[in-house]
Design a protein around this ligand. Structure first.
Ligand code: SF4
Length: 408
């Protein structure tokens, strides 16, 4: 089986600046946690009014087609009108997905959000969050917290449940354990997301400019002086680590970079199985069919499939003639009848795994962003990268990095 990752062996997702699967709304930048690597300034009193939120949704409607809106921040559940904000997104015909650290989520609030039309939640849980009561816990120990959120959503029913974790150099080796937990909960966890740690380490290599003005970047949220840790973990590296536990782990689709076509900025994998066994990984054709068909029928690229569909894995076998990944999955499934009957007679679920490789700085100062960024947000009636919004807040535009001439 060819496990090579290349732009030719994977499907380039069709998501682009004006027609994407996702958009990113920030009703607040206030947060109750302080995550290592966060790129948003934690500003008190920064809750937007419903009128401001409505205005941003109108800007999205005018400038960008999408399937779902990630409601993020800061901590969106800290916004007192979060229920109404979900309803506003739903009224626009988009799927509201709340990106939260979960600390403020109660069963009562969950009921209200479900009534307002929330599609799902992406819980940000990892060991870099300084989370009260969980400080010092490693990723494996944090599975107990993830379990609480996954069970809460499963109990509520009908909601997409995703988890994201930042991959730090010191936690890269723990990624396989997270995917094992994801497999044990494949009946209730639909997406696992890994975001590679990024930070602008200030040193002697670059100066920062806005237009032709040199600027200071020292106190920018995503810059540090004295952090010796790597800030260049790549998505293929994370795949290699995952393969230490799942040797045939194989992505199917990607988003490249704005500077390099072969940098896998968003690397998507679809796996099928149950808690007994992973039968295999969907191929590029399956994802191409899914995105194209969804756009044909609904006019939008697909962000989140319905949970009910994700638990009908055997249905996907119908696409075996068109996708080699599905053929392999079906073959492995029927083989299980003899070698793992419990796996054969259990339901087959679909689960996505997404690896995100944020901004990469090249020696010449060029910054490789995600080409077709799904996390585009609104600033001053324009669409901007949410991960670099602090530059918009400070200078009204993105900065550029210029290699500093090295003293000879
Ligand atoms: S460009 Fe930035 S905001 Fe957009 S997807 Fe990549 S990391 Fe996220």
């Amino acid at each position: 089986m060819n496990l090579t990752l290349s732009p030719r062996s994977l499907y380039r997702l069709p998501w682009n600046f004006s027609d994407n699967a996702i958009s990113w709304l920030e009703p607040t930048s206030m947060c109750n946690l302080y995550c290592d690597g966060c790129y948003r300034e934690n500003r008190s009193g920064s809750h937007k009014t419903l009128r401001e939120v409505q205005h941003e949704l109108d800007v999205f409607e005018r400038l960008r087609n999408c399937d779902s809106v990630s409601i993020a921040g800061g901590e969106p559940l800290s916004h007192p009108e979060i229920v109404e904000i979900v309803a506003m997104v739903r009224r626009k015909g988009w799927k509201p997905v709340i990106n939260t650290n979960g600390a403020l989520l109660t069963r009562d609030l969950l009921r209200e959000l479900k009534r307002a039309g929330v599609t799902g939640f992406t819980f940000h849980v990892d060991s870099g969050q300084n989370r009260p009561g969980w400080n010092g816990k490693d990723e494996g120990e944090l599975n107990a917290l993830r379990q609480e959120f996954a069970d809460m959503l499963h109990e509520a029913g009908g909601l997409t449940c995703s988890f994201n974790a930042t991959v730090y150099p010191e936690t890269l080796s723990q990624v396989p354990a997270l995917l094992e937990w994801g497999q044990r909960n494949i009946d209730r966890v639909h997406v696992m997301v890994f975001i590679n740690y990024r930070m602008a380490i200030l040193g002697k290599d670059f100066d920062f400019y806005v237009g032709d003005t040199r600027v200071h970047f020292d106190d920018m949220m995503y810059s540090k002086k004295d952090d010796q840790r790597r800030t260049d973990i790549s998505s293929p590296e994370v795949v290699d680590m995952i393969r230490t536990k799942y040797p045939d782990f194989m992505p199917c689709a990607y988003l490249g970079g704005t500077e390099r076509s072969d940098s896998f900025k968003w690397l998507m994998t679809g796996r099928m199985g149950n808690r007994h066994r992973i039968f295999g990984y969907i191929g590029p054709k399956f994802m191409e069919l899914t995105q194209t068909w969804n756009h044909l029928v609904t006019g939008k690229y697909l962000a989140y499939a319905a949970p009910a569909l994700q638990r009908r894995g055997r249905l996907y076998f119908l696409l075996a003639p068109l996708d080699r990944g599905i053929r392999r999955i079906a073959a492995s499934y029927f083989k299980a009848l003899l070698i793992a009957p419990a796996a054969f007679f259990s339901r087959v679920h679909f689960q996505s795994v997404m690896i995100i490789q944020p901004a990469d700085v090249h020696e010449n100062g060029s910054i490789d962003m995600c080409d077709g960024c799904p996390d585009i947000t609104v600033w001053n009636d324009q669409l901007v990268w949410s991960c670099r919004m602090e530059e918009q807040v400070r200078w009204g535009q993105n900065m550029r990095m210029v290699p500093r001439k090295q003293e000879v």
